[in-house]
Design a protein around this ligand. Structure first.
Ligand SMILES: [Zn+2]
Length: 80
């Protein structure tokens, strides 16, 4: 999705209280916020879904913890 105001990739979707909505890049998001301040209106910001979203992994495995140093096998005590 492209920014409504330039060629950049849009990062944020916004929707004004009266229903108008669009997509803006980070730069033009500032412009939207300035407009919001000027109008004393606050649009709802809806982060657009990432373009290449693969089905959310159901239960991702937790990060494996750092492997601990292999412990030396204890020497069997010499029978005296
Ligand atoms: Zn832009």
């Amino acid at each position: 999705m492209q920014c409504d105001d330039c060629e950049n990739e849009a990062t944020t979707r916004y929707r004004w209280p009266w229903g108008a909505e669009g997509y803006v890049c980070g730069t033009h998001l500032v412009a939207i916020k300035n407009t919001a301040a000027a109008l004393n209106q606050e649009p709802e910001y809806l982060h657009k879904p990432a373009p290449a979203v693969i089905d959310a992994e159901p239960d991702s495995e937790p990060e494996p913890t750092e492997p601990t140093e292999p412990t030396e096998p204890t020497e069997p005590t010499e029978p005296t």
